[in-house]
Design a binder for this molecule. Sequence first.
Ligand SMILES: Cc1cc2nc3c(=O)[nH]c(=O)nc-3n(C[C@H](O)[C@H](O)[C@H](O)COP(=O)(O)OP(=O)(O)OC[C@H]3O[C@@H](n4cnc5c(N)ncnc54)[C@H](O)[C@@H]3O)c2cc1C
Length: 111
Amino acid sequence: MARTHYQVLIIGGGNAGISVAAHLLRRKPNLVLGIIEPNDKHYYQPAWTLVGGGAYDIQKTVQPEAKYIPKGADWIKEYAEEILPDTNTIVARSEKQIYVRLPCCVPWHST
Ligand SMILES: Cc1cc2nc3c(=O)[nH]c(=O)nc-3n(C[C@H](O)[C@H](O)[C@H](O)COP(=O)(O)OP(=O)(O)OC[C@H]3O[C@@H](n4cnc5c(N)ncnc54)[C@H](O)[C@@H]3O)c2cc1C
């Protein structure tokens, strides 16, 4: 069953979120860390400048998100809707509630 409590919860599994997760887990492999990211695909946006210039294949900039989730991190396939700082709670769009000691947003959007 999926966890509902994390020591660190990263909102957004883009380049920044994946990098932060990998760095933290390298230093502390037992950290209970989750990455909340709804998208199945990971986009390497910096290469899009080259794609626009015709020098790079756009297909190479799109990879499965699962390929980049660092070992030891839980991928929570949800959209973070709200952060409730008083209770250290992240509320997902599915209304699932996740409790965390340290939320980390890199970056996230809520509509
Ligand atoms: C054409 C172009 C060229 C660029 N060139 C460069 C460059 O040369 N060098 C450079 O440093 N940067 C460049 N950038 C900027 C680039 O976007 C960033 O460097 C990098 O991709 C940002 O990574 P990120 O993880 O912060 O954001 P993103 O890669 O955008 O990832 C954000 C993630 O958060 C997720 N997310 C958003 N909201 C929520 C939510 N509410 N709940 C859960 N998940 C959420 C999204 O699904 C996404 O996966 C370029 C950008 C573009 C568009």
